[in-house]
Design a binder for this molecule. Structure first.
Ligand code: F6R
Length: 606
């Protein structure tokens, strides 16, 4: 989704803005622009383009000396992809960039008679027109008057052309972070990656507080003019974590980072082979009277939740409902004060998940966020937070974040099982000792990379592909199919292997790739029968299983043998293979897997 960067200080702004925008490219966007005070005087210049950051670079002045400016990458919502619709938008003395959606922009247009000043089709330009209409030379007064009039989500960064060197900002829902780096100046961005080269410290801009940045510092005040304290956070990763470090793409780098990410997520939470959440501030009382669980999440995070469900329900008999967050609000949530609601999100900013969480909080005080980004909105809005420690995930397709989410589900399942008396300490110890082996398992599985790459050659011309499995293999297959479709554009669906014959098998014809996952011993022979059914109809079958060798050609064309692990842990090596298949299919089709079309990393609009 849209990205924001702003800087005022001692350095030249243009390079900071363009580099910051390049760092934000991972979020997904279709146009880009910057605005800056020309020659640091009371005049704002704008450069923008319906293209990528390198296209923007090409239309920027090489010798731009400005020390204050704002930059934006736009992911189109209102109005198509065009230079006119790209941000920044300037009306009169106001130039601004915006993340979010102004829902009442039509009403504002007619109520404040703004239409004649507009050049684009965007809600953002309406906001610029409104700020300009209410501006009488005092930026803070203008923001105080305009802000309550907006309905929707917004993060605005604003330049007033008669206030050179100053940046003003305000937000509601849409995230924004800022920092003051001694010696450099003040930075603001939609996420920390945009200015991580300059600072590992940052603060979350609080909602409905006006931020005023100059080269000498940052002030914060509420809409009544009361000064506010700034609370800094810091991250324990540095700029290299947000770079490719020799890998061709972020995605493959992140696939390889999974063993470490899992270590970071689980090690400190297992003490004497038992789950230990004291350092997270999560008390056992959160789990002790839980009657059932609802997991809310989107996309890959939801599929991690599905694995959690299969595990918690099948192993410990705890009822779990996994709900697509964007639908949760339209269902009548069956939640009581004893329901534990788990919101799973890498970014912690997905608006659908956030809205679902807000709704859940009306029914229960037992909400737990499983979130990767420290201090993100979902983390702050939940009663408790269980951070995953994947480090920054830059590729649009989630890989390491999924694995750590799944690992977190295992830890939570163990804790729940224990606290609710559904299992014994010895059983949990055995279970978690198994979890501790997962990083090694993944390491071993990564040695199959060249085989995964080779087999995709037969897939790259496919229009459709299927993933099949039973039990945990089925839930894992859903993630495999999503990965393939989002970065290779091959239409892929996951089916419970037993369900195929109830309709979908009609789609299986000569050469259609079927990725069959058969790692669960209890249903192994049944899945093999289902595989034979598709093989007999001409499918090109890639089998993922724990068998050392499959020589029977009536079962599969390609066999990938994962390390021999307990059934419940097979998800981890299997997903790595699915990720590699998706990655190499994408490369084989000439697609950049880091930035698939139409997709954004952090989905902050509904
Ligand atoms: C797919 C993917 C998405 C996200 C989904 C939720 O690879 O990354 O499906 O999982 O948009 O995002 P978060 O986890 O940030 O809430």
């Amino acid at each position: 989704m849209c990205g924001i960067i702003g800087f005022t200080g001692k350095r030249r702004a243009q390079e900071i803005l363009l580099n910051g925008l390049a760092r934000l490219e991972y979020r997904g966007y279709d146009s880009a622009g910057i605005a800056y005070f020309r020659d640091d005087q009371a005049h704002v210049s704008i450069r923008k383009t319906a293209g990528k950051v390198h296209d923007l670079r090409a239309v920027c002045d090489k010798d731009n000396e400005s020390h204050c400016g704002i930059g934006h990458t736009r992911w189109a919502t209102h109005g198509g992809v065009s230079t006119a619709n790209a941000h920044p938008h300037r009306i009169g003395k106001v130039s601004l960039i915006h993340n979010g959606i102004i829902e009442n922009y039509h009403e504002l247009c007619s109520k404040y008679d703004l239409t004649s000043t507009l050049m684009s089709e965007t809600d953002t330009e309406v906001a610029a027109a409104l700020f300009n209409k209410l501006y009488d030379g005092d930026p803070i007064a203008c923001i105080k008057k305009a802000t309550p009039l907006f309905v929707g989500s917004f993060a605005f960064c604003i330049l007033f052309s008669d206030h050179p060197g100053e940046i003003f900002a305000i937000r509601n829902v849409s995230p924004m972070v800022a920092t003051y780096a001694e010696g450099d100046g003040a930075f603001i961005a939609s996420d920390l990656t945009a200015f991580i080269d300059y600072s590992k410290n940052y603060f979350i801009v609080p909602e409905y507080q006006i931020l005023h940045m100059t080269k000498d510092g940052i002030d914060l005040q509420d809409l009544n003019g009361k000064p506010q304290e700034i609370t800094y956070l810091s991250v324990d990763w540095d700029v290299t974590a947000a770079e490719k470090e020799g890998y061709a793409h972020y995605m493959i780098k992140e696939i390889h980072e999974q063993p470490q990410a899992i270590h970071r997520t689980i090690d400190a939470r297992i003490k004497d082979s038992l789950p230990y959440f004291e350092d997270d501030g999560i008390p056992d009382s959160l789990f002790s009277d839980v009657s059932d669980i609802t997991i809310i999440a989107c996309g890959t995070a939801m599929y991690a939740g599905m694995v959690g469900k299969t595990l918690m329900q099948n192993k410990f008999g705890i009822g779990v409902n996994v709900v697509v967050a964007s639908e949760f609000r339209y269902e009548r949530p069956v939640i009581s004060e004893h329901t534990l609601v788990i919101a799973v999100s890498q970014s912690g900013e997905t608006i659908d998940t956030l809205e679902a969480l807000w709704l859940a909080k009306k029914h229960t005080e037992k909400t737990l966020a499983v979130v990767n980004v420290k201090g993100s909105t979902i983390a702050r809005e939940s009663h408790y937070v269980f951070y995953t420690h994947a480090g920054p995930e830059i590729a649009v397709a989630s890989t390491k974040a999924y694995s750590v989410q799944v690992a977190s589900m295992y830890l939570l399942a163990a804790k729940l099982g224990l606290v609710l008396g559904k299992t014994s300490e010895d059983a949990v110890k055995e279970f978690l000792d198994g979890l501790r082996c997962v990083p090694d398992l993944i390491e071993k599985t990564l040695s199959l990379e060249s085989r995964a790459s080779a087999l995709t050659k037969r897939m790259i011309n496919a229009e459709h592909a299927f993933y099949i499995g039973r039990g945990l293999d089925y839930t894992l297959s859903m993630e495999g199919a999503l990965k393939l479709k989002e970065i290779s554009y091959i239409h892929a669906e996951a089916y419970a292997a037993g369900e195929l014959k109830h309709g979908t098998i009609a789609l299986v014809s000569e050469g259609v790739p079927v990725i069959a996952v058969a790692t669960q011993s209890g249903v192994y022979s049944k899945v093999i029968s289902n595989i034979r059914e598709v093989k007999a109809r001409g499918a090109y079958v890639i089998l993922i299983s724990k068998d050392r060798k499959i020589s029977d050609k009536s079962i599969c064309d390609i066999h990938l043998s994962i390390p021999d692990v307990r059934d419940e842990l097979a998800v981890f090596p299997s997903v790595v293979i699915c990720q590699l298949i998706a990655y190499y299919a994408s490369i084989g089709r000439g697609i950049n897997p880091d930035q698939p079309r139409n997709l954004a990393k952090s989905v902050t609009v509904e």
